[in-house]
Write a protein that binds this ligand. Structure first.
Ligand SMILES: Cc1cc2nc3c(=O)[nH]c(=O)nc-3n(C[C@H](O)[C@H](O)[C@H](O)COP(=O)(O)OP(=O)(O)OC[C@H]3O[C@@H](n4cnc5c(N)ncnc54)[C@H](O)[C@@H]3O)c2cc1C
Length: 145
């Protein structure tokens, strides 16, 4: 193993893993991902099925078990804030649902100064590129079967 890297990514969650994948597509780049949680064990069926979320949330083996500050709108109660504690991050703790953001949200952001590249037409190609949808049509993902 080398002790020299071009990129060091802290956290192998959703964003860190996607970034590492993209960066390491170039074999000339050396990428190190540092994940503080446990490995993504292949034997762990709770990570592989959508209903597994019912058994993993709030369990320190999987979840950082963060809590909010006392919330004034909840009469001072603290909320549980689940966060994945493993390679794959919170994507490994989630409900296995996928949904694009609301186009109007992107249009709202794009209207802000310096944010013109965040319009829905700008982000749509990126949604399509990461999707493998069974539906086709104008909005279907790139991996349409
Ligand atoms: C219960 C729940 C269900 C969800 N369901 C869905 C869903 O169905 N569909 C959907 O699209 N989204 C869902 N989400 C949201 C989605 O999971 C998150 O938005 C996404 O995973 C956030 O990605 P991230 O890379 O920012 O953070 P994370 O994926 O949380 O990654 C952060 C990583 O950094 C690691 N880390 C933290 N501190 C350190 C440190 N000091 N050093 C090294 N590593 C560190 C953590 O262990 C973790 O692996 C859900 C979220 C929750 C909480």
């Amino acid at each position: 193993m080398t002790d020299s890297f071009d990129h060091v990514i802290i956290g192998g969650g959703s964003a860190g893993s996607a970034l590492a994948n993209r960066l390491s597509a170039d074999p000339a780049r050396r990428v190190l991902v540092l994940e503080s949680g446990r490995p993504d064990y292949s034997w762990d069926v709770l990570m592989r099925m959508p209903a597994g979320i019912a058994f993993t949330r709030g369990v320190s083996f999987y979840d950082w078990r963060y809590r909010s500050e006392p919330e004034p709108g909840l009469r001072g109660r603290r909320m549980n804030l689940p966060a994945g504690r493993m390679l794959g991050g919170t994507s490994n703790l989630y409900g296995m649902l996928y949904q694009r953001g609301n186009p109007l949200d992107y249009e709202g952001w794009a209207a802000l100064p310096g944010m013109q590249n965040w319009g829905y037409a700008n982000v749509l190609p990126y949604f399509k590129r990461m999707e493998d949808a069974e539906v086709g049509g104008r909005c279907g993902g790139a991996g349409v079967r």
